[in-house]
Ligand binder design. Structure first.
Ligand SMILES: [Zn+2]
Length: 409
């Protein structure tokens, strides 16, 4: 069984007793149509995760009657399973792919930590580990850590190396999609020029690279609660600040894949210099690194976790710094919202734990700088995925690759 709905070649539709029937029906025949429709539903489930039949109809363009029919056939064959659920208050069926034992790996390499997780094609996290990294860890050493973590994770959870479909890697730096290469960036300068192909031997499978904010946006659409938002901005606020854009239901990639560099919009007070060489960028007041630097003279805040603790304890100086950061973020979001009129803006990354102390000033900044109709129609929320979004998105990137083998028989 493959997930390639573009090749139109061979689809294998028998699962269960280890026997796979390969058939290539006559093009245009009734059975060719049914196989094509089946493939569309399987690809939709891989790309979007468990979905109701109504969502599958929307995702595939097939009628609800056709979806219902195909879901029945695929359930009988053991390729998918269904469970009762409710959708908009009405009874519905949640449709998911069967667990074939295959896994997609997602890794997020942050400046100070690495998160790795294994995900099944039915969108369950079956194994996960988060490891602290020294902020000065070289890229090759960080990859070495990942190369140790992955086999350990698999062993602990009884997952076979052969079951790995691929490894999605999220990096807080721009990724040139033409060459799958990390573009030079000051957050992780030692990663500049690294290509996906270089990592394959050490990580044990095909590697797909993505920018952390782009992957965070993908995770909001697939793992989060915003799958139906066709126009979404995901803002990841960590050591750097980046945005992932979903426009008309699809990730916006731009010309070379370097999009959403909202961290370098000049909305700061213009006095602090930025890693990009300019002054007054959003990152100079609102990245976790900048907030920690701005509070360094208090003696109580030396790391992102100190910042969180201090904010949760209600420290006035910390809350003032977060308030100014939030308003600057809102200002930058207003510029973006005026341009693209998103339905929802989701803020994620470690700052999601700050709750209203961040969200309220962001709302103030947005309302002050966006035109009223845009501000009032833009929903502003914190991510429900916490700091896991980029790693989940990295695993989703693997599941969305055309032609991945779902299982090995
Ligand atoms: Zn900058």
């Amino acid at each position: 069984l493959t997930a390639d709905d573009r090749s139109g070649t061979v689809f294998c539709m028998a699962i269960g007793d280890g026997e796979v029937q390969r058939r290539t029906p006559n093009p245009g025949s009734q059975s060719a149509l049914r196989q094509d429709n089946s493939q569309r539903i399987i690809s939709a489930l891989l790309g979007a995760g468990p979905s109701s039949q109504a969502e599958l109809s929307r995702l595939t363009g097939l009628s609800t009657a056709t979806v219902s029919n195909i879901v029945g056939v695929l359930t009988e064959r053991g390729i998918i399973s269904t469970t009762p659920t409710t959708s908009s208050g009405r009874r519905a069926l949640s449709v998911r792919l069967a667990d074939t034992g295959a896994i997609a790996i997602g890794i997020f390499f942050g400046r100070s930590h690495l998160r790795a997780l294994c995900v099944s094609p039915d969108y369950r996290v079956v194994a996960e580990e988060c490891v602290d990294l020294d902020p000065h860890t070289a890229a090759s050493s960080a990859v070495d850590v990942a190369a140790e973590v992955l086999p350990r994770l698999r062993r602990q959870h009884g997952l076979d190396a052969a079951a790995v479909l691929g490894v999605g890697v999220g990096i807080p730096a721009p990724v040139d999609r033409r060459t799958m290469t990390v573009v030079e960036d000051r957050i992780l300068p030692e990663w500049a020029g690294i290509r996906a192909a270089e990592l394959e031997d050490r990580l044990g499978g095909p590697v797909y690279l993505g920018n952390d904010a782009d992957l965070g946006a993908l995770a909001e659409m697939t793992w989060g609660v915003h799958g139906e938002a066709k126009h979404l901005v995901f803002l990841r606020v960590g050591s750097g600040i980046g945005a992932g854009l979903i426009l008309d239901g699809a990730p916006y990639r731009g010309n070379i894949g370097v999009t959403g560099e909202i961290g370098h919009l000049p909305v700061g007070d213009g006095t602090r210099s930025c890693s990009c060489g300019r002054t007054g960028c959003l990152e100079t007041v609102a990245s976790t690194r900048s907030m920690v630097e701005l509070l360094a003279n208090t003696g109580a805040v030396a790391s992102t976790s100190d910042l969180m603790d201090s904010a949760l304890a209600g420290d006035a100086r910390t809350l003032a710094v977060i308030g100014r950061a939030g308003e600057a973020i809102g200002h930058a979001l207003a510029l973006v919202a005026n341009l693209i009129n998103p339905r929802v803006v989701v803020i994620g990354g470690p700052v999601a734990a700050l709750g209203d102390s961040l969200l309220k000033p962001v709302r103030v900044g947005l309302e002050r700088h966006a035109i009223a109709r845009v501000a009032e129609s833009t929903e502003l929320v914190l991510s429900t995925l916490g700091d896991r979004g980029s790693a989940l998105g990295a695993a989703t990137l693997v599941l969305q690759q055309p032609g991945i083998p779902l299982a090995r028989w």
